[in-house]
Design a protein. Sequence first.
Lengths: 174, 661
Amino acid sequence: MRPVFFIPLALFLFFAGLAGYMLANGRFEAVPSHMVNKPLPEFTLPPAVDGLPGTSRADFIGGKPKLLNVWASWCLPCIAEAPQLEALKEEGVEIIGIAIRDKPEDVGDFLNRYGNPYTRIGADDISQLQIEIGAAGVPETFVIDAKGNIRHQHIGDIRASDVPKLLQILEDVQ
Amino acid sequence: MIAELGLAALWLATALAVLQIVSGVLGLRAGEKGAALAIYARPAAVVQAFLAVLAFFLLLWAFAITDLSIKLVATNSHSMKPMLYKLTGTWGNHEGSMLLWVAVLALSGGLLAGLERRLPHKTMSATLAVQGFVALGFYAFLLLSSNPFERLPIPAVEGTGLNPLLQDIGLAIHPPTLYVGYVGLSVAFSLAMGALIAKQVTPDFAKVMRPWVLFAWVFLTLGITAGSYWAYYELGWGGWWFWDPVENSSLMPWLAATALLHSVSVLAARDALRTWTIMLGVLAFSMSMLGTFLVRSGVLTSVHAFAVDPERGSFILLLLGLYIGGALAIFAVRAGSITEGKRFSVTSRESALVFNNVMLSAILAIVLLGTLYPLLTEAFDVRVSVGPPYFNPAGAIFAIPMFIVMGVGPLLRWKQDKPARIQFELSLIAAVAIAVVSVVAILGDYSILAVLGLALSVALGIAAFLPLRGRKIGRVPLATWGMIMAHFGVAVSLFGMASESAFTEERLAAVTPGSTEQLGDWNIELMGVDPVAGPNWTAVEARLAVSRGDEEPTIINPQARNFWAPAQATSESALVTRWDGQLYAVIGEQSEDGRWQLRVWWKPFVTFIWYGGLLISLGGVLSIVGRVRLDLKRRSAVRKGKARRDDKAALSGAPQPEPAE
């Protein structure tokens, strides 16, 4: 027996263990960002696509609570959550997008293909705002109340079952 | 009755798989003497193949007549669907596609048992036992968690359709082709395990394994090529490879199979790389199973993932752990007992093959990591996506040296060679590559990867034919032609990829009927937009008159379709193919001022990507034919020689030797 021949087995067991752990432990126990219940930082982002304005902190102040959706056109889970964002929009929720490290033509493409639930999309080319609000990846969605405070963080894609929950939270923070 | 018959056939096949395992193990333990029960291994495999294929055809029949008392038919079909799509719907869903998987698995096991007579008894018994063991797990998966023949308590009134994205002729060919490739590798896996367990890793074993690997590899190549073209024209966004996890899960077995193919050739010709070959045999089928797990468990979300079910995921994961883990454990314990094989020097064809096998494995690791990384981070509650910005440069780091060595390797001799001997060839390849780089640099400012791709593809295209230099063309073996063809195909495909990425022109415009757009030397006139209807969709269809220079205009009709069962919108692209590229047109939505969004690409030489894929497959086919023909010739010569000796002995009246018991 030579130890080198055990390397493939060891690697495999590591991956299999991890996958098993994931399947066993459920997948969406989100750890809240440290920014939850704190005010949204000051920011101004240029438009991410022709035809839609960019965004800044001021857009979140006043009116009803809004959703801040951190996404990107190159992100597969974002495709999966597109119908749910559309459903939220149908319910009258205003969704402001932050496109992470993206190109205007790709953003336009994505919106043409999967629909546009956004009123504004800001381009965050160096993930500055993403990091400031404590989002680790894409997609993530934040509930922002009318005073500009972050009230809830949703990590990962929004599944169909998450839509009523998010609507409830939006109601609650009003 | 159909459903019950199908289910019975599956259960019977399961029982036969158990018999196959038992008799295979007994055969292995009895060694060359043979045990009483051992004779059942082969017939069990053959009958099992018949039963599993029968079960699949019964399901096909149920879909053809839209038997709505079967749950699977009711949820995935619709009485008003065109017949072709009723049939393809059989495997356009989880249960049906798993049944197809299992049917192909049993069929390849049956073919191996029925046709293969050259292997030592011990290796064959162990191989059949492993093949039976793999089949058993997947029968259990089908019967316990994905029964395709489940009845509804009350038959449905109407079915609920098929994902319209999948309602396409591409779907009719793509998954079955890919499955033949995926599952064909199960034979390579079983053979590798069989030889390892019996400790008979020999050139003869490699010669038995090679046609199976080639066969699976040809189908994988065709499947990936077809899948890429399908995604290209069906998804309507002009790309031909998306690094989608499902695409990756077909690419990974192909990478492993390509490495295995070359490794098994070295083992057959030179008796070297024994442990490598076994390892790659395990790896290739492991990647097939991993692909099945990723797609079928729904752990990844993508356009393809239409089965989301964690329970099934756990089941496949368990099977995966059992088979891959078990195989790797046996490898860990046994591989040390296989002697290393023949040695070779650094400049030799073996070295070049080893180098490229390492490169292929590295690319495989990159794709695997990129595909699994989102999964890994998800374990720590972060969901991320990995895309082309990672795959393209990371893959290229290993692909570029691989292409260079691929051009040079076939020119080298086995065992030991001097670079000086092939000085002319080396200079020619280098000169061509440098010339292309200079020309492209003058033409314009293109990305470094595209320029390198163009240079390598032209150099490789020429290098592919250099092994013919100084040989009599008529006497070159068919298998060598196969290699030349496949390597040339890689060059052609690479040329298409590089050209598409460097020279594509694009135009996005809002147009009114009657207006004309320019794209390069193409004129595109929107003649009108009309509503059209199909059997289960409605669409707006644009009439575009496109012409290049002064030629007669061609009418093409891109559509934006709306399916109504279930509701979904897709865009149907329209293509104009010329020898030097394709015009690709997509119609979008109408804006409020009445203008239509029109998107047109001119993609020079994009078709070469898929022509290359076809050439690679053709190379594989030539190799199989060449090898098998040679093998049959040799066998008949051996038989004739033996018959002549027997005749001589009978004539001379010498006492016949008693046949050994």
